[in-house]
Design a protein around this ligand. Structure first.
Ligand SMILES: [Zn+2]
Ligand SMILES: [Zn+2]
Length: 253
């Protein structure tokens, strides 16, 4: 399987640019649909563990913004592919332990970069133009993951491309990181808590983000700026004082 994936990635590097655009769109639409279906399944499985009120009916604006995000994310992938073709981004083909190291480096580097940029996005000057769009949705649903101001989508995409320009990762490290990125983004917008009661008591695990953690940010925009981990919020004192109570409340049933 790894070999055929590696071949597909090599093929992606050499195919005509119009085909790159086509496949970038297919991939992003596929991720979008998979995330929405996966989210719906998780909501049904954990419907007794609500972390926020049920969201109101979906609006036209949410759908249009989500479509815009999928198109822009495809554009970011095309730009990344172009940088890769001209040698600015280097992707390694190694399949050994360094894959895990790559995935961890990308995971923690993006977690920190997104924590910092998320706090900047909440600055009173930038907030109305960049980030308020996402916060219009106090009670998230899986689609909310994609409901972003286009400039914010490009900002996140820009961070990701810059990281790849700096850090030469294996292709599998990139695939693992991007998969985790979608999973964590989805969990944060479920509106239900899929993680068990013990999550917040286990060493190391308790520093990993939960649905409660990001749902709290939609409810209280002065806390919980992290995405994948609680590390930076704990370090910089921005974690919600109600985090454990809210998590345990969702897990009471
Ligand atoms: Zn959110
Ligand atoms: Zn925010």
């Amino acid at each position: 399987m790894f070999e055929s994936l590696a071949n597909a990635i090599t093929h992606f590097k050499t195919m005509p640019i119009d085909q790159v655009i086509f496949w970038a769109l297919v991939l992003n639409v596929g991720i979008f649909i998979t995330a929405l279906i996966g989210g719906e399944i998780l909501i049904r499985l954990f419907h007794t563990k609500a972390v926020s009120e049920p969201p109101p009916p979906i609006t036209r604006q949410e759908i249009l913004l989500a479509i815009c995000t999928v198109i822009l994310n495809s554009g970011v992938l095309v730009i990344g592919a172009i940088f890769w073709r001209i040698g600015w981004i280097n992707v390694r083909y190694t399949l050994d332990l360094t894959v895990i190291i790559d995935a961890l480096v990308l995971f923690f580097a993006m977690d920190f970069a997104m924590y910092v940029s998320h706090r900047i996005a909440h600055h009173p000057i930038l907030y109305p133009v960049l980030h308020r769009t996402h916060h219009q949705y106090e009670n998230p649903r899986p689609l909310t993951l994609f409901v972003l101001n286009p400039f914010e989508t490009l900002g996140f995409g820009g961070l990701w491309v810059v990281l790849l320009l700096i850090y030469s990762s294996s292709w599998l490290g990139i695939v693992i990181y991007l998969t985790l990125n979608v999973i964590f983004g989805l969990i944060g917008h479920l509106g239900v808590e899929p993680f068990p009661k013990a999550w917040v008591k286990l060493p190391v695990i308790r520093y990993i983000s939960t649905s409660t953690f990001h749902a709290e940010h939609h409810d209280d925009r002065f806390h919980n700026f992290g995405f994948y981990t609680l590390i930076w919020d704990r370090l910089f004192g921005t974690i919600s004082p109600d985090y454990l109570d809210d998590f345990n409340r969702a897990n009471q049933t």
